[in-house]
Design a protein around this ligand. Structure first.
Ligand SMILES: Cc1cc2nc3c(=O)[nH]c(=O)nc-3n(C[C@H](O)[C@H](O)[C@H](O)COP(=O)(O)OP(=O)(O)OC[C@H]3O[C@@H](n4cnc5c(N)ncnc54)[C@H](O)[C@@H]3O)c2cc1C
Length: 426
């Protein structure tokens, strides 16, 4: 009874009645789909599943609001899908997700801008930068991603923006990606949540999954800790879910490792992330500058990435107000909550890498802003890994869908990931 009382104040009367009616016993609540984590991916998955008739969806988030972790700590770029292995889920879901995202933004009036982007080589010869861009160009043609490859002298002189940017830019070869853009992550997530809730999804914030146990009769018993109204005391609630979708972002390895059967045998597929922290610096115009970069740059500028594409390199991205930021770098850390940033952090690397394409940049142009953390399946120096999105039947856990290593381009791919998950379940 205590548990029911603990949950009751957080539910509307309608919800409370419906959960009571379908509960297995008085302390267990029953749902068809439990989605763990209200980042951009969990929100998109809950929305997609909520379109199914006659199935109930519950979305739980441990934080005080949706999207407070990686989904709001990124570059906000709608990627074209250029960089990944052509046969990978990253390529497939990024290309499909990009199209879906542009359509969605238009239909729902979510803020976005198809800015386009230039990937710029700035060294000829042995570094292989130009060869890399040529290969990227060839690959983009086979994948149907629009791109153009040109030397700086081919830029149309009547294009004021491009001409002005070129005056500041050190480049020998440019790959133009016109289908790259930017999005307001917050507006997008708010809209996804709205859609899901309109379709009947029950969303509970400050509600953390702390255990998942497979049931002999089918489905999973999920243990939740929910904070009270003041956010202080936790109450424990149990939910029986026919299917569970693990969209826990930086915590999804731990959630996956909660899995156990009724004998409490651990899931044999243990996965542990490596965490790659990435910082951003905002650009400050200096009075001594002859031009203000923010007034002339309307597109994103990326360097050629390192060989394994561990990151895309410290790039210039914009927000919808035209504010420029540079980042992210990468630092391998142990703590997936360490978002701390201090002015001067790794600034020499920032200056050195940005100056390869914008030689006028100095330390004084850069002010530390924020950081995000990547859930990496592989560490430094390893080839880029793919998204893992799978139902765990093969490991003895049918109806449990794991989403692991959902790093970039997870934001771009979110709607396509959601469709992919629905197709796994139905
Ligand atoms: C520096 C950086 C830059 C990036 N730039 C881009 C970009 O420009 N374009 C792009 O497409 N992608 C980009 N990405 C990738 C993109 O941000 C992520 O792929 C995406 O945000 C992942 O969303 P998610 O919902 O899987 O994870 P998250 O946003 O991390 O959400 C997971 C949620 O699960 C919740 N949760 C965890 N454990 C529990 C639990 N036990 N119980 C309840 N809730 C729980 C968390 O609190 C969190 O809110 C970038 C990533 C980083 C780090």
């Amino acid at each position: 009874m205590f548990l029911r009382k603990a949950l009751q104040p957080r539910l509307s009367t309608r919800l409370w009645k419906s959960y009571s009616a379908s509960s297995l016993d008085e302390n267990v609540f029953k749902v068809d789909h439990l989605v763990i984590g209200a980042g951009v991916v969990g929100l998109a998955v809950a929305r997609e599943l909520s379109f199914r008739d006659n199935s109930s969806v519950m979305l739980v988030e441990k934080n005080s609001s949706f999207g407070l972790e990686t989904s709001s700590r990124n570059s906000g770029v709608i990627h074209a899908g250029l960089y990944y292995n052509p046969d990978s889920l990253k390529t497939k879901l990024c290309i499909e997700g990009k199209e879906m995202l542009y359509e969605y933004c238009k239909a729902k009036q979510v803020g976005y801008k198809p800015t386009g982007k230039w990937v710029v080589a700035n060294e000829k010869g042995s570094t292989g930068q130009e060869e890399y861009l040529v290969k990227l160009y060839e690959k983009s043609k086979t994948l149907g991603i629009p791109t153009e490859l040109f030397t700086p002298d081919k830029v149309d002189p009547s294009d004021m923006e491009d001409t002005q940017v070129l005056k500041l830019l050190n480049t020998t070869l440019i790959l133009n990606s016109p289908s790259t853009g930017i999005i307001s992550q917050y507006d997008y997530m708010l809209s996804l949540l709205h859609d899901a809730q309109v379709n009947g999804t029950d969303y509970f914030k400050e509600t953390e999954v702390v255990g998942v146990q497979k049931q002999n009769e089918g489905g999973y018993m999920v243990s939740l800790l929910q904070k009270d109204q003041e956010g202080k005391q936790d109450s424990e609630i149990r939910v029986h879910a026919q299917s569970v979708v693990n969209c826990g972002g930086l915590w999804s390895d731990k959630i996956s490792n909660f899995l156990c059967d009724s004998d409490k045998t651990k899931n044999p597929t243990q996965i542990h992330y490596k965490f790659g922290k990435g910082r951003y610096y905002t650009y400050q115009h200096l009075l001594s500058d002859s031009v203000n970069l923010e007034q002339i740059t309307k597109k994103l500028i990326y360097p050629v990435p390192d060989k394994n594409v561990t990151t895309l390199g410290i790039h210039l991205t914009l927000d919808l107000n035209g504010k420029i930021k540079f980042g992210p770098d990468i630092e391998w850390i142990d703590n997936n909550t360490d978002y701390s940033v201090v002015q001067g952090d790794n600034i020499d690397t920032f200056v050195e890498q940005i100056r390869r394409y914008f030689p006028f940049i100095t330390r004084d142009h850069l002010t530390i802003d924020y950081s995000g953390i990547r859930p990496k399946l592989v560490g430094d120096g390893s080839p880029l890994s793919d998204f893992i999105i799978r139902e765990e039947s093969g490991n003895g856990f049918p109806g449990f869908v794991n989403l692991l290593g959902i790093e970039s381009p997870g934001l771009t791919s979110s709607l396509a990931i959601a469709k992919y998950v629905k197709n796994i379940l139905y």
